[in-house]
Ligand binder design. Sequence first.
Ligand code: NAD
Ligand code: LMR
Length: 353
Amino acid sequence: MRTQLFRSAQNALKKSSYGSATPLSTRAFSSSSSPERKVTILGAAGGIGQPLSLLMKTNPLVSTLSLFDLAGTPGVAADVSHIPTRAQVIGYDKYDDLDKALEGSDVVIIPAGVPRKPGMTRDDLFAINAGIVKGLVERIAKYCPNALINMISNPVNSTVPIAAEVLKNAGAYDPKRLFGVTTLDVLRAKAFYAQVAGIRPEGVLVPVVGGHAGKTILPLFSQATPQANLAGRDIEGLTRRTQDGGTEVVNAKAGKGSATLSMAFAGAVFADACLKGLNGVPDVVECSYVQSDITELPFFASKVRLGKNGVEEIMGLGSLSEYETKALEKLIPELKESIDKGIEFVKNASAKE
Ligand code: NAD
Ligand code: LMR
């Protein structure tokens, strides 16, 4: 049984996959033939920003890597610039330089903002991070309105609607270009599933839909490949562990922040997929939280096909188990509340301006 599962995992690995653990452009054009691409990281000197800067410096699809943070960015830029890869690196640490940091960007990745401490929910970060995201997206709307935005800052369920409203107000909203990064949920679902199924994780695929907080994270283990036919009890345990994956790391770090290394890897996987899509690589599919009409909610995470303009196709949910159907019904009110909170925040802020 395990040998069979291992073989089918290896076969799946040969095909295009999402949340791929060998992401960093090994399947894309070589650097000599790939177009010039500028990637900007906002929050580049932080816990996620630094390892993400490192990973993006090693991506041959990146020709310019622009790093922005409130402090420390020139140091991070000098450090990663000594790695002999294609990307030219520039670090900025002044708000007045955001125009230079952003202009010409193809992809802007945003891990700017505060992380959780034990006992906090992601929504507890709203009070600080909503304003940070609003300010940064206003600059994106002004200086690189065509960039694909990869939103990492929490609470993602609200920061993506915030970004959408800000872009709408600036007349620069293209729903195909705005993404909430939920790749870490996919990586966790894959890692935990492989562990329980007793197989190698590399070829495992598990779609994760919904949002990015607690029960709004819904891994679809009924659609996992290879199918290990786990008991209901195991599926429930895996679902809970995936939903609580962030909290598991927050508690283990005991006050020193949340996931940074796995998140940097997840961010690099997702940005790499965006670059491949922009470059016309076919069949690039990742899960992401985007404007969507596959449920009654205006934003929802599901499998998304990426192309030259960003979102090329939002894929449906596929067939769900009874357990997943019930979990989907239960997550809708919480996700709706977070979406509405983000939209209201920008409306209220605009009314005061
Ligand atoms: P961190 O505190 O280590 O780093 C955040 C960085 O953002 C800091 O360097 C800070 O100076 C910078 N920053 C703050 N305001 C800024 C602004 N206006 N412009 C530019 N930079 C600014 O935090 P971290 O661990 O890197 O986490 C960052 C965010 O990512 C948090 O909100 C966290 O909850 C979130 N996160 C999301 C996921 C996900 O799956 N989407 C996973 C992990 C963490
Ligand atoms: C995660 O899933 O690790 C992030 O959203 C960070 C957090 O606060 O859990």
